[in-house]
Design a protein around this ligand. Sequence first.
Ligand code: HEM
Ligand code: HEM
Length: 264
Amino acid sequence: MPASDRHPEENGTTAQAAGARAGACTSPETARTAPSDARPGSGFLLRFHLAERLAHWLYALFFLGAFLSGVLMWAPATREWMGGARQTVSRYHAFVGLAMVLLPLLVMLVMDRHRLRQNLREVDLWTGEDRRWLLLALRGYSLRGKPMPAQGRFNAGQKLNVVLVTAMAVGFAATGGILMHKASLPAWLVTRALWLHGFLAVVACALFLGHLAHVFITRHGRHYLKGMVTGRVPEWLARERHQRWWEQHLGAEVSEKPMKEPEV
Ligand code: HEM
Ligand code: HEM
């Protein structure tokens, strides 16, 4: 990535990280065990800008709100218990759902449009290494800690997650919009929209549980979580799991130690 394309915050971190390369940051163990490394610039790379973190947590918060209110309306016991209040819950649910889709988008558009464009480009670009990574991950290589093809800032699984979450946001908004106007629309359209809306809710819930499992069960999850909270991840994590991204930050010298790519 050319330096002019980078966020000012990112340029600072990169330069400092490059300066610190010969020290603790090149040793995964040192970086992991020395809490003083948490100082910006000493062995950490900027992974998420403020706008990205804000957008992610807003999406997560409103997703949970929409999910809970949706389940309350759907489960027969709570549906009966709510009685006439169901109409009000339905209205609030629809507003929470719309906020889930619109607020994160607005945050990115207002706060960091450049980064939004950059993320869209990154997620849209699938290299041969990405395809091989996904194939191997589906065969369980990544979970078993086997060597994987080098990846950019987002690995192929993370790219797929972004694509699925975005597609489902569009699906929720379209089917939810139909349900909001069900009184004035043909019954066949409302029935299909309701079915699709429920189906999307089940798929989104499964994807969300997989996402949480990745964050809380895997060896790297807690470092990714810190990245989504503070914006920064340890340099060794970038080197181990996002080598192409690490190379962009630290220059060509990294090819001293190429990662072995398995045969597919
Ligand atoms: C733009 C986003 C969304 C909009 C506009 C929206 C709107 C609606 C509306 C109008 C209803 C019908 C309520 C009724 O029958 O009176 C509904 C039902 C429901 N929604 Fe959403 N929703 C959205 C997002 C979500 C999300 C993200 C989830 C879950 C993750 C979800 C889960 C549900 C469930 C489970 C139902 C009940 C379906 C049933 O009764 O069978 N919705 N939604
Ligand atoms: C409240 C629980 C949640 C936690 C703890 C959590 C945690 C995280 C973390 C740590 C990352 C960064 C991974 C990385 O560095 O690439 C991330 C990324 C992401 N999250 Fe969440 N998240 C939560 C909820 C959600 C929800 C509800 C959605 C959408 C339905 C979501 C969608 C995404 C997407 C699309 C990404 C970027 C791609 C990826 O890294 O997989 N997250 N999340």
